[in-house]
Write a protein that binds this ligand. Structure first.
Ligand code: HEM
Length: 425
């Protein structure tokens, strides 16, 4: 498509998973921010939506969860009409029923969050510090042994999946199956993860993980153990125990949300550092940048590319009239590069002072796992800097076809170990 073509001729790209694997959403979003920041966007399944691309408008929607519901149509823009149809898609049906935290509205959302947040509060995350540090040491230790790896599968994927499986206290022998199902559930349209029939793939992944979580929760109920599975199995709101659907769907949420996002932030951030040796050298010279680095990785990559909200009343947004029932899509990936709201937003700067970026969302649904994600990014990069003198790509970087989590599936690298690293233990 030519750069002069009307914006609306490019609308369908935004519901095309392949576009996010091989196209350039940032060029499109830049045009949208400049030409029509709250843009009526067509899909090929007969239902349009508002694309919100500027940071202030995105924050306005995030912070009004009553006017902009996460529950009415779920929190993700459907890929096809079938994905939006509760009769055909169990994930949308359960979302609308409010079975999962991320697609709940107040006041129930706040109550559910209180029940599920314990493992993600600052004290609990601080207790995870030695575990995450050791895990990072082990992963980089393996890399040093072999000298080469696929950075995505061997490091960026293993780190967050091990952390969330540990937080949930899931049996180790089940990890490979859960890893595979989480990939399939998050990117069902990608041929390597899902299937040609994306809804079938999504439904299979969802049902498998939900059944698994429900079964394990039953076994753990009343038995102590303390993992997040035990918390799920004993959760109550206003004295009423979680339904089986609430246990299963929240389990699915943690297994999926804990993995793809951190994996993609880490791979994408590392790729930028490989491409920009001056930025890598700056980090090596100044380790205090490890404090600001995680949020810059997340802002730059925006692993949750968008979220969906549904207007519960007529409203005005960015000069447009939104009608009750309209879908409103917040393009985090665009808002985070809004140069009018964040100075130099189109530059990658690991020393960037804090910004109001929405890589972790904002408002009531602000990412529950933000602290644990930052901890992982900080530790893995610290151990990497200690032990690796140089890193280079040895093959093509392959991306995941997804309009929601368009991350990385492969990044082959070779490393040169540091001359005199601290002892790995
Ligand atoms: C760099 C990594 C991560 C990024 C970029 C990220 C991003 C996000 C975003 C954008 C939201 C808001 C969704 C919405 O408003 O609809 C969110 C919510 C959430 N995230 Fe994360 N996330 C990350 C890591 C994690 C981890 C490691 C976990 C758990 C182990 C997690 C668990 C959650 C949960 C449970 C919610 C829903 C919160 C609610 O609805 O109250 N996330 N995340």
């Amino acid at each position: 498509m030519s750069a002069e073509s009307p914006l609306s001729s490019q609308d369908l790209n935004l519901t095309d998973p392949a576009f996010f694997a091989s196209g350039d959403p940032h060029a499109l979003w830049r045009r949208m921010r400049e030409e029509d920041p709250v843009h009526w966007t067509e899909t090929n399944y007969g239902r349009g939506y508002w694309s919100v691309t500027r940071l202030p408008d995105v924050r306005t929607v995030y912070t009004d969860p009553v006017l902009y519901s996460a529950q009415k149509s779920g929190a993700t823009l459907p890929l096809t009409a079938a994905f939006a149809d509760p009769a055909r898609s169990p994930s949308i049906r359960l979302a609308i029923e409010g079975a999962m935290l991320a697609s709940n509205d107040p006041p129930r959302h706040n109550k559910m969050r209180q029940v599920l947040h314990h493992r993600f509060l600052p004290n609990a995350v601080a207790r995870m510090d030695p575990f995450v540090s050791q895990l990072a040491t082990n992963l980089i230790g393996d890399l040093i042994q072999t000298g080469e790896c696929d950075f995505v599968t061997d490091i960026a994927a293993k780190l967050p999946s091990t952390v969330i499986f540990e937080i949930m206290q899931l049996p180790r022998e089940d990890w490979p199956m859960l890893f595979e199902m989480a990939n399939m559930g998050s990117a069902p349209a990608d041929a390597d993860y899902g299937a040609a029939e994306a809804l079938e793939a999504r439904t299979h992944a969802l049902r498998t993980i939900i059944a698994y979580v429900q079964d394990l929760a039953k076994k753990r109920r009343g038995g102590g153990g303390g993992g997040l599975i035990t918390i799920l199995s004993e959760a109550k709101i206003d004295g009423v125990p979680f339904t089986e659907n609430e246990i299963g769907y929240n389990g699915f949420m943690f297994i999926a949300a804990g993995q793809e996002t951190t994996r993609n932030s880490l791979t994408g951030g590392m790729l930028e550092l490989i491409r920009r040796p001056a930025e890598m050298a700056r980090l090596r010279d100044n380790r205090s940048l490890l404090t600001t680095l995680p949020d810059e990785f997340v802002r730059w990559i925006s692993p949750v590319t968008h979220v969906l909200r549904t207007a519960t009343a007529d409203a005005e947004l960015g000069g447009k009239t939104i009608r009750e029932g309209d879908w409103v899509v917040l393009w985090n990936g665009s808002a985070n590069r809004d140069t009018l709201a964040i100075a130099g937003a189109d530059e990658f700067n690991i020393g960037r002072p804090p910004t109001p970026h929405v890589g972790f969302g904002a408002g009531d649904h602000f990412c529950l796992g933000a602290l644990i994600a930052r901890l992982q990014l900080r530790h893995i990069m610290r151990v990497f800097l200690d032990h690796v003198a140089d890193i280079e790509l040895t093959g093509p970087v392959r991306r995941v076809a997804s309009h929601q989590f368009p991350g990385f599936k492969s990044m082959p690298v070779r490393v040169t170990p540091a001359a005199s690293p601290p002892k790995l233990n």
